[in-house]
Write a protein that binds this ligand. Structure first.
Ligand code: ADP
Ligand code: MG
Length: 443
């Protein structure tokens, strides 16, 4: 008879992608399980950590289905770290005495691990980045970090670069934005110099490409990137990529690229919670040699909804004001200074506001969104508006249904699912949604 863990894995296999399954679950060993404990062992600590932070919910659900709610899981890890360290290029004989090369200009000196504040929203991405930089536990799989604008993706990438160079000053670390990469490829094509680029990129020890979503739709660049990517992987070099979405949701990324990304480490960065925002503000203020009054830090953290870059913007305004007028920043001063840039989040993401913006965008009336008219020119905007209402407000599906002319909550769920799946296949819809989200965000 199949053991408890075997039965669980059969179910898990149905829930996750084959890549995820083989990367994270296939190596788990079942130890002696007792009546109320399932004892399993991961092949290395990193896998155990990932199972805990990423897949705990699935494991618990499946276990509960198989053995009821009272069985505990004891997950341990073999301590042999998985192989995969960065091997720096051995210095050539005549280089040995020389000074270590200067830090490349593409690494922002401020973006280091030391200056990165870790909170719930970025803890996993931070842990993956640190592991990769230290060369432990990642078997040359690409690291894919995704998340919205201004949440610290670029910061983490540069931090990886610095840390590798701290430990291996001669490692060939390379960072580029997708835009520069694209420009380079275009220029090389024009000057018939593709071989030179290929050489350059394929010689690196670690390649980091930022904001890969900008490669979408640029066929030649994407192809070149793909070749580079393959060559580096073949040679067991590290690759780090950032994007604004999950690989599977990035339109215009070829399947072969997408499946490569999916087999690597995928870490998301979310919007920081209140405590993390306060900690970031205080750390940044301290770095600039200012002291930030706690009341003011709380005020800014509460008002700035998600974006860390915006937090910094507020801080800069405050410090300019403080030095111009030579005054301490207290709460009333902060409120006054920041009034023009801080918006009221409650107002932004109301269902009404979303309906207005969507209606205006599609040139229909809000009443049409609320009506039962099933003509396509109304159903698509209606479904989009419902999707956005679900995504951007805390209103329940029942509540949203009610605000769309008394529709059933199942209609809201159906519409949301429909748009979610369309976004994946239809880049222009996806772009429309992004535009709408921006409009809603700045309204
Ligand atoms: P992204 O690349 O995701 O758009 P960035 O990495 O450029 O975001 O981050 C925007 C700004 O916010 C940077 O100045 C960065 O230093 C700062 N930042 C983001 N997250 C953190 C964090 N957790 N701790 C400290 N600073 C952060
Ligand atoms: Mg960035």
């Amino acid at each position: 008879m199949a053991t408890l863990w075997q039965r669980c894995t059969e179910k898990i296999e149905q829930e996750v992608s084959p890549q995820t399954f083989s990367r994270w679950f296939a190596g788990i060993e079942e130890l002696d399980s007792s009546e109320n404990t399932l004892a399993i062992r991961a092949p290395d600590p990193f896998t155990a950590e990932t199972l805990r932070s990423r897949y705990w919910g699935i494991i618990r659900d499946v276990l509960e289905q198989e053995a009821g709610p009272n069985v505990m899981i004891a997950l341990s890890a073999s301590d042999a770290p998985a192989n995969g360290t960065i091997v720096p290029r051995a210095p050539a004989p005549d280089e040995k005495e020389a000074e270590p090369p200067e830090r490349p200009a593409f690494l922002n000196p401020k973006y280091r691990f030391e200056s990165f504040v870790v909170g719930n929203s970025n803890q996993f991405a931070h842990a993956c980045s640190l592991r990769l930089a230290d060369g432990v536990g990642i078997t040359h799989a690409p690291l894919f970090i995704y998340g919205g604008v201004g949440l610290g993706k670029t910061h983490l990438m540069h931090a990886i670069g610095h840390r590798i160079l701290d430990q291996h000053p001669r490692a060939r670390v390379f960072y580029t934005s997708s835009e520069s990469f694209t420009n380079e490829v275009i220029a090389a094509i024009r000057q018939d110099q593709m071989a030179a680029i290929r050489n350059k990129y394929r010689k690196v020890d670690i390649l980091m490409i930022d904001d890969i979503q900008f490669l979408a739709g640029k066929d030649r660049t994407r192809e070149e990137f793909f070749f580079t990517f393959e060559a580096l992987q073949r040679n067991k070099k590290q690759i780090v990529i950032t994007c604004d979405k999950m690989p599977k949701d990035t339109p215009g990324l070829e399947d072969r690229l997408r499946s490569r990304f999916s087999s690597g480490m995928i870490a998301d960065i979310g919007a920081p919670d209140f405590e993390t925002k306060v900690a970031i503000l205080q750390k940044k203020a301290a770095e600039q040699g200012h002291f930030l009054n706690r009341e003011v830090a709380h005020y800014v953290a509460e008002k700035v909804r998600s974006n860390v870059r915006e937090l910094e913007g507020c801080l800069i305004r405050l410090s300019i004001h403080a030095s111009l007028h030579n005054i301490e920043i207290d709460l009333p001063v902060a409120q006054e200074v920041l009034r023009s840039i801080i918006r009221d989040p409650a107002r932004n993401s109301s269902v009404d506001n979303i309906q207005k913006i969507v209606a205006e965008h599609f040139q229909v009336r809000v009443a049409d969104l609320k009506s039962k008219n099933r003509s396509r020119s109304y159903t698509v905007p209606r479904q989009i508006a419902m999707y956005l209402a679900r995504k951007l407000t805390s209103a329940s599906t029942t509540d949203i249904g009610r605000r769309f002319g008394g529709k059933d909550h199942s209609t809201v769920i159906h519409s949301t699912k429909k748009i979610e799946s369309l976004i994946k296949t239809d880049p222009s819809l996806s772009a429309t949604i992004q535009t709408l989200e921006q409009k809603i965000d700045i309204s």
